[in-house]
Design a protein around this ligand. Structure first.
Ligand code: UDP
Length: 477
């Protein structure tokens, strides 16, 4: 008779907040199913993440879970993102790859429960994991933390370069892009992923993503943090590259289902920054749907001028706002402390500034009426689940594609890309929160219901998660 063992799944996220959080949500869901789970962070993020988890309660709740870490090859004070992201991309290959191999060797030799994994779930931009997994004959499933729309666009990077669309041959950013099937009437040049704005086709970051996108199709399946009801046409098209696709999002909402009966302190929040929870109390004192939440995610940087344009726009529009200003948000941080003090003082009447918010809770708070966002995919999904319409100001990565979908595919907000101007902020906030509020609330409510239905028993994402669980179990037979 065939013997089944408890599967052991090893997760390897790209070392960034927006990648760690959804992958950790899935890791906890699989651990809840009784799987052994090893979650591998970079040393740099390992300490930051564990600092924000009540680790003994966490291990009590998930006794078959372990965190491990490997180096990313950069010094602790290296900026890692923005202009320096190429250093991180290169060092994950040069330093993390051999360290990952060493980790697998050590697991192979281990006598306890965490032996060689049954399956590796590797981030779609950590494809070195597939090479290493092949050496150990371990199947890999890839997890791409982008929307399906953006991922489909990435699969056309080579074509965009071949056809002379990228790098942009002239300054006309309004030109429609016609060579991506299914998105002909959606994308203009300005809506292409941030990496398409490089000036040279052989730019190392652009080339990294061209190569990595073709490499990760070697995985035996693709996990996406999305749901069929919102992106079915793109998910179907991605089926030309993968035999199996598991759209199992929104994962934060799916995970909150298993948290229903336990205290939230026994779960992780996947945060690398410490949450400032006082803003929830402040929100309690605000009228329903009166507050605009403002956050630009974990990675992007702003100039002093950009921050001031946004701030003046927010003050002039007359609405209350809650604004996340990360300590590392500003480019060249020498004068950030002074600027922050001034903004905090001058904002008191109208709003609150925090350095890191409990975003999922904030978006679900009844006082929130809109989200001024950079359109990272996690933030977009969290806003969709909460039924909160958006004003999008994307800057890089997948954000340009996501914001276009928000405004022109799903009709749940405005896309303000490439404009940083106080009068535009003021105008769009008034439109979103007042003049066109009913229209946006109606479409946001509808999408929120679809998202919530997808994670219920019998919903599409719930069924796909079950398929993923069964497929991993069959690997351990
Ligand atoms: N986030 C948070 N508090 C904040 C700002 C962001 O918890 O003050 C979380 C947010 O909920 C989301 C993640 O950080 O899950 C950011 O991921 P996203 O994909 O939106 O953007 P990125 O940071 O990758 O650009």
């Amino acid at each position: 008779m065939e013997q089944t063992h408890v599967p052991h799944v090893l997760f390897l996220p790209f070392p960034a907040q927006g990648h760690i959080k959804p992958m950790l949500n899935l890791a906890e869901l699989l651990s809840h199913e009784g799987f052994q789970v090893t979650f591998v962070n970079s040393d740099h993020n390992h300490d930051r993440l564990l600092h924000n988890i009540d680790i003994s309660s966490f291990y009590n709740r998930f006794p078959k879970f372990q965190f491990r870490s490997i180096p990313d090859g950069l010094t602790p004070d290296h900026p890692r993102f923005g202009l320096y992201v190429i250093d991180l991309l290169c060092s994950t290959r040069a330093v993390s790859k051999p360290a990952f191999r060493e980790l697998l060797i050590s697991l192979k030799e281990e006598k306890g429960p965490f032996q060689l994994p049954t399956c590796i779930i590797a981030d779609g931009i950590m494809c070195f994991a597939i090479d290493v997994a092949e050496e150990f004959e371990i199947p890999t499933i890839t997890f791409r933390t982008f929307s399906a729309h953006c991922l489909w666009t990435y699969f056309h990077l080579s074509k965009l370069i071949e056809e002379g669309e990228v790098p942009f041959p002239d300054e006309n950013l309004e030109k429609p892009i016609s060579c991506i099937p299914g998105l002909e009437n959606v994308l203009r040049r300005r809506d292409l992923p941030g990496i398409c704005r490089f000036e040279k086709a052989d730019d190392p970051v652009l080339q990294f993503f061209v190569k990595e996108t073709s490499a990760f199709t070697r995985a035996s399946g693709l996990i996406l943090n999305t749901f069929n009801e919102i992106e079915a046409p793109m998910i179907t098209r991605l089926g030309s590259f993968f035999n199996k696709i598991y759209p199992i999002g929104p994962l934060h909402a799916l995970k909150s289902r298993i948290n229903d009966n336990s205290s939230s302190s026994t779960s992780s929040n996947g945060n690398l920054w410490k949450e400032d929870k006082k803003c929830l109390k402040w929100l309690d004192s605000q009228p329903s749907k009166s507050v605009l939440y403002v956050s630009f995610g974990s990675v992007i940087k702003l100039t002093r001028e950009q921050i001031l344009e946004f701030w003046h726009g927010l003050i002039n529009c007359g609405n209350s706002f809650l604004w996340v200003l990360r300590s590392d948000l500003i480019v060249g941080d020498a004068s950030f402390g002074h600027l922050l003090m001034k903004l905090e003082r001058d904002t008191k009447e109208r709003g609150l500034i925090v350095s890191w918010a409990p975003q999922e809770h904030v978006l679900l708070h009844p006082a929130i009426g809109g989200f001024f966002t950079h359109s990272g995919w996690n933030s977009t999904l969290e806003s969709i689940v909460a039924g909160v319409p958006m004003i999008c100001w994307p800057k890089t990565g997948d954000q340009q594609v996501n914001s276009r979908c928000v405004s022109d595919v799903w009709n749940i907000g405005f896309d303000m890309k490439d404009i940083c101007d106080r009068s535009m902020v003021e105008k769009l906030v008034r439109e979103l929160m007042d003049n066109r509020r009913d229209q946006f609330m109606a479409s946001s409510d509808k999408l929120s219901r679809l998202a919530c239905d997808s994670i219920k028993e019998g919903g599409s994402s719930c069924i796909n998660l079950e398929k993923l669980i069964q497929d991993i179990k069959s690997m351990s037979s």
